[in-house]
Design a protein around this ligand. Structure first.
Ligand SMILES: [Fe+2]
Ligand SMILES: [Fe+2]
Length: 280
């Protein structure tokens, strides 16, 4: 018996194999396209699939940018197009990492025993939607960089985000605590300042792009907070002290104030989560 071509591709395209495709695609725009396709296919088919045979420790990446220590990434002055290009390049790099983090969340944890079978669809829908947003963010920035005469890969970047992911690859609650609730929440703290600086430098086009990203990142942190509370409900500790314990054990960086309390509260992250971890 033969199937029509579209039926065949639907059978093949489980979300777990689509997430693996995202991780294994090196070219940044192709990775973003894979992420967007994963989201639309998932919405259409709702096929989870089975565990990929193995997940990469490092997602595929282009040869450039060079990855350096965060200390070696130069500070950007925004008075010139080159300075603004360097800042937007750094944000584009974060968005590319964020595509991989969302795809890895799906590929690695959808079949985790802490996730009840009835909740898997909701989990995948949430992270496929985040992955789609991150892909759009990357493309918006890559297009804007092109207008400024910069190509993604032209500046060095750091690998701190993926290192944080690696240290939680075997711990589902720690991954949810750290990727959205420490790293993405940090984005909520610093992005309004970047928008202000870009606006002050007369670059409203770039400021508007960061504003779109900022608004959507609040919902990513909210997604993380919802799933963290779901996982924390399976523990005897309070969600807040469980969060502190996971961050202290799995995150090597510092939790820095000042915090954007308004955005964090909107995302469902009260001060009791992050203030006790703050270094200053
Ligand atoms: Fe993003
Ligand atoms: Fe995000």
């Amino acid at each position: 018996m033969s199937f029509p071509a579209s039926a065949k591709s639907r059978v093949k395209m489980s979300v777990l194999s689509a997430a693996l495709d995202v991780l294994l695609t090196a070219d940044p725009r192709s990775k973003a396209a894979c992420a967007r396709r994963m989201h639309s296919t998932w919405r259409e088919t709702k096929v989870i699939g089975s565990f990929p045979p193995s997940l990469p420790d490092q997602p595929a990446r282009p040869e450039k940018p060079d990855l350096v220590s965060p200390m070696d990434v130069p500070r950007r002055r925004l008075g010139s197009p080159a300075g603004r290009g360097a800042l937007l390049h750094a944000v584009a790099h974060i968005e590319l990492n964020a595509i991989d983090l969302a795809a890895d969340m799906i590929a690695r944890f959808t079949l985790h025993p802490s996730l009840h079978e009835d909740d898997r669809d909701r989990f995948v829908s949430d992270w496929a939607s985040v992955c789609d947003d991150e892909a759009r963010h990357f493309i918006l920035l890559a297009d804007r960089l092109a207008e400024l005469g910069v190509c993604y890969g032209d500046h060095p970047a750091h690998n701190g985000l993926w290192q944080a992911a690696q240290s939680t690859r075997d711990n589902f609650p720690a991954r949810v605590a750290i990727a959205p609730l420490v790293l993405e929440a940090r984005g909520l703290d610093v992005t309004p300042g970047m928008i202000k600086r870009l606006t002050g430098a007369g670059d409203k086009t770039s400021a508007d792009i960061l504003q779109i990203i900022y608004n959507e990142e609040i919902s990513h942190v909210a997604t993380g907070a919802r799933w963290f509370k779901y996982l924390a409900a399976q523990q005897t500790d309070t969600p807040e002290s469980y969060f502190h314990q996971l961050v202290r054990n799995h995150f090597k960086g510092q939790i820095k104030s000042p915090f954007n309390e308004t955005a964090r509260t909107l995302a469902g992250l009260s001060r009791a989560y992050y203030e006790p971890l703050s270094v200053n």
